[in-house]
Design a protein around this ligand. Sequence first.
Ligand SMILES: Cc1ncc(COP(=O)(O)O)c(C=O)c1O
Length: 320
Amino acid sequence: MAAAPVGDDRYGEDPSVNRLEERFAALVGKPASVYVPSGTMGNQIALRLHGAPGSNVVVGRRQHLMSYESGAAGWNNVFQIYAVDDTGGVIDAAATAEAVAAGRGGFWPPVSLICLENTHLASGGLALGAEDLAAAGLGPPVHLDGARLFNAAIALGTPAAELADTAATVMSCVSKGLGAPVGSLLAGPADLVAEARLHRRRLGGAMRQAGVIAAGGLYALDHHIDRLADDHARADRLGQAVAERWPGTRLGEAVASCGRPFTNVVAFRHPDALGLLDHLRQAGVRAGLLAPGIVRFVTHLDVDDADIDRAVAALSSASS
Ligand SMILES: Cc1ncc(COP(=O)(O)O)c(C=O)c1O
């Protein structure tokens, strides 16, 4: 990163950013991509690109861009969010089809975009296969929030480009399990990506000598994709410890065995979630809340086997 060649990315002159954008676009099978500071900004730009004024944007009700972006979708935009169930990580295809059909009738808002998320965080990090992304065939364009798309690709043994094939735009983060310090990318057709650059600037996300951080992203894409399997194996160990201690509480359990594998997230219901987080913190294990009463662990580049041993021991010594 220290040795990265840099230039002014606002003029498209940073060679490291340009390389990262080309490399990411190729990996997800799209003609172009744009580097943004965060996954949230990538998602919000995608909403601006597709979400026409007065239209409905169909979103799974627990998707990150609906439930975890501090209301940005409503604050920033002029369309309506049409939330549908996303039990088990998959958006309700019948409800989505109904909204699309109704939108063609003149009274209901037309559907300008369908949003999907893979892996699906709120169902416990389940990886969705192409058949689970079928809402893509309904007509309106799809934006895929693939913050952890490479985790899905590794867990399913399916190339990321195949998982993103039906999406018009796809966002993914190099800053999560892939281990780069900063950044996400939004990929799609060249004309949309050019427009995305304008929105990035409007949102204050256009950076100058960003090659320093982009180089970390390039390294992550070159060296840290295959090793995501290690994070999944470690999350599995944590998941087993949770299942032994609190059987039946893990989110996504029912569907994980039917072809939607778990990845690097372990989320489970606990009657005293805050008390458990406190106990874990005292044992040097940091976990968070996915929602009230739902504890979440995430494994990533900086968590090794010894850390998992410590977390498993802390789980077994919890008082309840
Ligand atoms: C599914 C999903 N989408 C988007 C984001 C947003 O990424 P960022 O934290 O970089 O804004 C996250 C972050 O956790 C996420 O889990």
